[in-house]
Design a protein around this ligand. Structure first.
Ligand code: HEC
Ligand code: HEC
Length: 331
C-alpha cells in the first residue's frame, strides 16, 4: 500500500483504503454512512464519472458541463443546458458543501447524494441516459471495468455509479472564509465595509433567520416571491409535498458560501447580481398570498446595501476553494 500526503489529504493507491476530506474552519466533520464509506478508489472513480460525457445519451454532457468548478460548480447561466442543447427550467445550484445539505434540489425531492444521481442521468433535459444504461456502457470500457473490479469486486452497476459520484461530491468542500476567521476571533479578517455588512446581515435585517448555520442555510423551504408574478409559477416544494398549502412557491434556502462565484441567482436565475438580490430583499421580496412571514421590507441606506454586498462577496469567499484538474478518463 502506498500512502502519500498531499495538502492534508491522505491519498493511497490501495482500493478500499479510507479517504479523508479536510475540514476547513467553519465546517464540522461529516458523518458518512456505513452503506457508502469514503474510499480513495470511489472518490477517484466518482471524479472520472462526474467529468465523463459518455454518461449522456449523445456523449455530449457530463455532470461537470453544468456543475463547473470554475463557475462556482454551477454554469454561469440562467438554466442548465443538457443533451441536444436542451434547456431546463431551473438555475443550476452550486455543489459547494453539498454534503452538508439535508435535502437536495430546489424543491428537496432527493434526500441523499446517492439517490440524487439518478435524476440528472435520466432527465431528458440533462443527460438522458439511465444509470443502468450508463453501467452497460462502462462495462464495455476496459479501464472502467478494471477500476470497478478493484473497488467492488464486480462490474459497474447503477448503484455503484451513484456511490462513486456521491463520494466525489463529498470532497467538494470550501470554507475558511474571512467570515469564519472573524467568528473565531480574528477581528481584522473582515474589512470595515464587510464588517458593517456582516452586522446588517446578522443584526439589522432578516437574512440570518433563514441563512444560518455552518453552510448559511436553515435547510428549509420558503416562499420569497421569486417568480410568483408569472401566470403559472413554479410551485417548488408544494409539488413534492402536495398537502402543504404553505409550501406553494417555496424553495430551499441556498447556501451563501462563495456566492459571488455563482451568478445568476435564485431558482429561476432571474437576478443577475448580488446588488439586485439585496434590492429584492430590501423591498420585501415579491408580494403574493404565500409569502413567508419572515420576509418584509428592510430599512437600509445605500451604504448598508453596498456593505451587505461586500460582506456577501469578500466575507463569504472561501480560502480553501479549489478547482480540480479534469481527470484522465478511463479507456
Ligand atoms: C443539464 C445541466 C445539468 C447536468 C448535466 C447535471 N445537473 Fe445537477 N443540477 C442541475 C439543475 C438545474 C439542478 C436543480 C434542479 C432542481 O432543483 O429541480 C441540479 C441539482 C443538482 C444537485 C442538488 C444540489 C442542491 O443543493 O440541492 C446535485 C447534488 C447535482 N445536481 C449533482 C449532479 C450530478 C452528480 C450530475 C451528473 C450525474 C449532474 N448534477 C448533472 C443541472 C444539471
Ligand atoms: C424567509 C427566509 C429567507 C430570508 C429572510 C432571506 N433569504 Fe435569501 N433565500 C431564501 C430562499 C428560499 C432563497 C431561494 C429563493 C428562490 O429562488 O425562490 C434565497 C436566495 C438567496 C440568494 C441567492 C442564492 C443563489 O444561489 O441563487 C441570496 C444571495 C440570498 N438569498 C441572500 C439573502 C440576504 C442577503 C438576505 C437578507 C437581506 C436574505 N437572503 C434573506 C431564504 C431567505
Amino acid at each position: 500500500m502506498i500512502w502519500s500526503l498531499v495538502g492534508g489529504l491522505v491519498l493511497t493507491s490501495h482500493a478500499g483504503a479510507p479517504f479523508y476530506v479536510p475540514v476547513p474552519t467553519g465546517l464540522h466533520q461529516l458523518d458518512i454512512t456505513e452503506e457508502n464509506v469514503l474510499t480513495a478508489g470511489k472518490v477517484e472513480l466518482g471524479k472520472q464519472l462526474f467529468f465523463d460525457p459518455r454518461l449522456s445519451r449523445d456523449n455530449s454532457t457530463s455532470c461537470a458541463s453544468c456543475h463547473d468548478a470554475a463557475k462556482g460548480w454551477s454554469n454561469g447561466s440562467k438554466y442548465g443546458v443538457g443533451v441536444g442543447g436542451r434547456k431546463g427550467s431551473r438555475n443550476v445550484p452550486t455543489l459547494i458543501n453539498v454534503a452538508y445539505q439535508d435535502h437536495l434540489f430546489w424543491d428537496g425531492r432527493a434526500q441523499s447524494l446517492e439517490q440524487q444521481v439518478y435524476f440528472p442521468a435520466a432527465s431528458k433535459d440533462e443527460m438522458d441516459l439511465s444509470l443502468d444504461e450508463a453501467a452497460a456502457r462502462l462495462n464495455k470500457i476496459s479501464g472502467y471495468r478494471q477500476q470497478f473490479e478493484e473497488e467492488f469486486s464486480g462490474p459497474a452497476t447503477a448503484e455503484r455509479i451513484a456511490k462513486c459520484i456521491a463520494s466525489f461530491e463529498r470532497t467538494i468542500v470550501a470554507a475558511n472564509s474571512p467570515f469564519d476567521r472573524f467568528r473565531t476571533g480574528d477581528i481584522s479578517a473582515l474589512s470595515p465595509s464587510a464588517r458593517r455588512g456582516h452586522d446588517v446581515f446578522f443584526f439589522r435585517s432578516n437574512c440570518a433567520f433563514c441563512h444560518n448555520g455552518p453552510n448559511l442555510t436553515d435547510g428549509k423551504f420558503h416562499n420569497t416571491g421569486v417568480g410568483m408574478e408569472l401566470p403559472s409559477p413554479d410551485m417548488g416544494r408544494f409539488a413534492v409535498n402536495e398537502n402543504n398549502e404553505l409550501e406553494r412557491g417555496a424553495f430551499k434556502t441556498p447556501t451563501l458560501r462563495d456566492i459571488s462565484r455563482t451568478a445568476p441567482y435564485m431558482h429561476d436565475g432571474s437576478l443577475e447580481t448580488l446588488e439586485e438580490v439585496v434590492e429584492f430583499y430590501s423591498r420585501g421580496g415579491r408580494m403574493n398570498p404565500y409569502l413567508d412571514e419572515m420576509i418584509s421590507s428592510i430599512l437600509m441606506s445605500e451604504q448598508d446595501k453596498a456593505d451587505l454586498v461586500v460582506f456577501l462577496t469578500e466575507g463569504l469567499k472561501s480560502d480553501s476553494y479549489s478547482i480540480p484538474d479534469p481527470p484522465r478518463l478511463s479507456e
